[in-house]
Structures are given as C-alpha cells and as structure tokens.
Design a protein around this ligand. Structure first.
Ligand code: ACO
Length: 437
C-alpha cells in the first residue's frame, strides 16, 4: 500500500506585495513537477482573489496517482511510465495500481480479478431503464443516464463515509462500466443485450458483449482483445483533466460515487475532451484523401475559421503525447492483423501528422498529435461505430475517476470546491416595476 499522505511542508515562502500590503505565501516542492505557491490564506490576509479561468496555473488538489511532464511528453501512473505499462502490464493490473498505489502480487492480482469479475452483471431491472431511451440516442447520453441511475440500484454502496462502501462502489463501477457501454451499443443497433462472461478477461469480455449475438458462436480474437486492453490502459487516468476535476468537484459536496462518475461522463463527452476521438475520425474522413490535407491545414491556421485539427494539441503536453506513440503502433498492428493494407484514413492521418509536425504554426504553438489522433482508426477497424469511441474512453477512464474520487474523500484537507469570481456585472440597483420599463 502507498505511504500515508503527509501534509506538505513549506520549503520557502513567496512574498506578494500590492496596495501597501504584503502577504507571505508558503511554497511547496512536489515529488515531481513545478513548485506550488499556497494561496489559501490570500483572501483572509490580503482581501484579494486570484484569477485563473481554465485553471491554467492552479493546482486544485494534492495527488499521488498520476503525473504528466508535458514538456518531456511523459505520463506516469503511480510512477510507472505509460509505455512500459502499455507494453508489459494489463488493464486490470493497471486498475489495481491506480486504485491502491502499488503493483499487485500474484495473489493480490488473482483476488482483485475475481472481485471485479463477480460484479460484471448489472441489476436485471436496469434493462428496463435502457428501454426508456430512443434507439437513436447517442450511447454517451444513455451512459450518463444509466450510470447516474446506478445510485437508485446499489443502496449498499452510497455511504461515502464508510470506507468499505467506497471500495465496493469502486469495484462495481470498474466491473459494470463495460457491461453498460456494451448495452448502450446493443440497444442503439437493436440487438439483444449480451450478458458478461466471467471466464474471459476484461477486454475480451467487452468485445464479446459488443459483437456476439445469440444466433451464432463468437470467438474473441486475442490480438484484438490485446489492442482493446491497451486502449483501456492508455486512457485509464490523466491527472486533473476536465472530467476528473468534474468528478472531484461533484464529489466535494458529498454526492454519491455513481452521481459523480455520471458527471465525469457528461464532461468527457465534449469535443475538446473525450469527444475528440469521434470528431477526429470524422475529420479524417471529411479530408478523405491526402491531396486535400493542405486545405484543412490552412483552415486550422485561419484565425477567422473555428475549425481546429482534431486530435492535435493538448493543455499539458507541449511535446508528443506518449499515448499517441503507442496508439500509432497499435493502429499499424491492428490494421495489419485485419488485412487492411490500404486504409485511406490511416494514410491521411499519417500524412497529416507529418505535414503538421513540419508546419511553422504547429511547431511554434507546440501542437502535437494527442491520444485521440489514432485511437479512432483502431476502434473503427475493430468494428465500432464512431458514436462508441467516447463511451469506450469513458469506460477506460472510470478507474481513474474513481481512484481520484477515493483519494479526495480520504484527504483530510478536502473541502467543498467553490471557486470565486471576477464580478463584472451590474452593481446594486433598485427593482423597477414592469409598467415603468
Ligand atoms: N488546431 C489548430 N490550432 C490549435 C489547435 C488545433 N487542434 N489546438 C490549439 N490551437 C491553437 C489555438 O488556436 C491557440 O492559438 P492562439 O494562441 O493563436 O490563440 C493556441 O493553439 C493555444 O490553444 P488553446 O485553445 O489556448 O489551448 P488549450 O490548452 O486551451 O486547449 C485543446 C487544448 C482543447 C486540447 C486544444 O488543443 C484543442 O481544441 N484541440 C483539438 C481537440 C482535441 O484534440 N482534444 C483532445 C484533447 S486530449 C483529451 O481530452 C483526451
């Protein structure tokens, strides 16, 4: 188990001087990354707020889970580099690592795997809940609703003050999310729901629930399930990104874990976040052929055109997203395995990447391919429609959300998240009756 969290010790102080006032602010040194100035007492001592829309310079919490070095293009889960985990580990082992802080022993691994697989089925009545949705609903819309509704089914894991209940909620969420995502898919295409198979591993079971039908036998291709597992691993956690911060903010009020994860799913859906994988493949298809790339590069650079190169750029990475490198290799492997040797979308993606990486605009702004750039190509080759890309991201990220949520609840310094504002609206004025306006 990881070491108990100690309160940070200030290594020095920063002095903020303004309006004839001077405030001393403690500075903490993290185990990795830039120093952090503690401004918690700033309002009490200096009667000022800080202003940081988008949290570009603000650390919102202490965490021991994931670290990103955006300049080096490095991503560590509990200290382990993502490329090593993607190559040598498995998603279920990564789940253990993220939740508990250390790699499991063989015994711990087998117990954990068994606990997760014992929770893969959803309450039978949830089937009726799905049926309330229109068939053409986006699977993310269905997932937000169904995951939120889990609070109405699992009453014995809602008490967030009980450590055991928090643990059960975490296991349930990791176990049931593939079932829910696969059900959302089956519902959208009008096929019967497929129950989980606990003799299969995590990724193989998900593929089975998505692609098998009762009418004929279905064999999961082990190379495809390995690629699926790797996609899950690459998306498992990513520090204090928008959806994780949403989960933490929702959880800071004491909301139950299922409601918090539903909030995270809603946030992930946006095209600037998890929805980018769907948007990216749609963009690559729209470009269609290599000769049209310059036209789209020019649009991405045009200040008057809202178009952006989807799958490019990142708030934190100012170098290659390390996940994109692994994803590119996987795309080659999967397409090769499936005998797809002349994939126009992959050709467009590779050429677009090459051109953008040499283009002054992208070089100067440090815009590199992110995880979403190649993931859509793999998922499409596996047989998933674009609408399933973001639900697959959501199921992979669930372990990250729940690990961060658990860490937050156990943190004694945790308070309800409540940012302040720079108010620029009307000052106090008297109400005027409608007849006089
Ligand atoms: N194409 C063209 N220009 C871009 C792109 C892009 N994809 N991304 C950023 N820029 C430009 C911006 O126009 C801006 O230019 P300016 O300084 O001249 O105004 C500059 O680069 C900085 O961009 P910001 O939007 O300020 O950077 P921010 O950190 O807020 O945004 C984001 C990061 C949202 C990921 C952005 O790069 C983007 O929209 N990318 C496309 C969507 C995408 O791929 N999202 C997935 C992110 S990864 C994930 O969630 C898993």
């Amino acid at each position: 188990m990881p070491e108990a969290k100690k309160s940070p010790v200030a290594k020095s102080t920063a002095t903020l001087t303004f309006d004839n006032k001077s405030v001393e602010l403690p500075i903490y040194s993290p185990s990795a990354g830039p120093d952090v100035i503690d401004i918690r007492k700033l309002y009490a001592q200096g009667d000022v707020f800080t202003y940081d829309p988008g949290f570009t310079s603000t650390a919102s919490c202490e965490s021991t889970i994931t670290f990103i070095d955006g300049d080096k293009g490095e991503l560590l889960y509990r200290g382990y580099p993502i490329d090593q985990l993607a190559e040598q580990s498995s998603y279920i082992e990564v789940c253990y690592l993220l939740l508990y802080g250390e790699l499991p022993s063989a015994k711990q691994m087998s117990e954990f795997r068994q606990r997760v697989t014992r929770h893969t089925m959803v309450h039978e009545q949830m089937h009726y809940f799905f049926r309330g949705f229109r068939r053409d609903a986006h699977p993310m819309a269905t997932m937000v609703g169904v995951v939120g509704a889990m609070s109405a089914f699992y009453h014995d894991s809602l008490d967030i003050t009980d450590e055991w209940q928090r643990e059960v909620a975490a296991i349930r969420m990791i176990a049931k999310m593939p079932t829910i995502a696969a059900m959302a898919y089956k519902y959208a295409i009008g096929q019967p729901f497929v129950y989980p198979r606990n003799d299969l591993d995590y990724a193989a079971n998900f593929l089975h629930m998505c692609f098998s039908v009762p009418a004929e036998p279905y064999e999961v291709n082990p190379i495809l399930s390995k690629a699926m597992d790797r996609i899950f691993t690459l998306h498992a956690d990513h520090e204090q990104n928008a959806s994780t911060s949403t989960v933490r903010l929702a959880g800071s009020s004491g909301a139950n874990p299922f409601a918090c994860i539903a909030a995270g799913i809603a946030c992930l859906w946006g095209p600037a976040h998890g929805g980018a994988n769907q948007a990216c493949l749609e963009m690559l298809r729209e470009i269609g052929t290599v000769d049209r790339i310059p036209e789209f590069i020019a649009r991405a650079k045009d200040k008057n055109d809202p178009f952006r190169l989807m799958g490019f750029g990142h708030r934190v990475y100012k170098n290659f997203d390390p996940r994109a490198k692994v994803m590119k290799e996987s795309a080659d492997e999967v397409l090769d395995l499936l005998g797809i040797h002349d994939n126009e979308t992959l050709k467009v993606a590779k050429e677009l990447e090459r051109i953008a990486l040499e283009d002054e605009y992208f070089v100067e702004k440090k815009l590199y391919p992110n995880v979403d750039f190649y993931s859509g190509i793999i998922l499409e080759a596996m047989g998933f429609p674009t609408s399933m890309f973001t639900p697959i991201f959501a199921l992979s990220r669930t372990v990250g959300w729940i690990s961060q949520w658990k860490e937050m609840i156990a943190d004694e310094a945790q308070k309800i998240g409540r940012p302040r504002q720079l108010y620029v609206g009307a000052t106090k004025r008297d109400y005027v009756n409608i007849s006089k306006r």
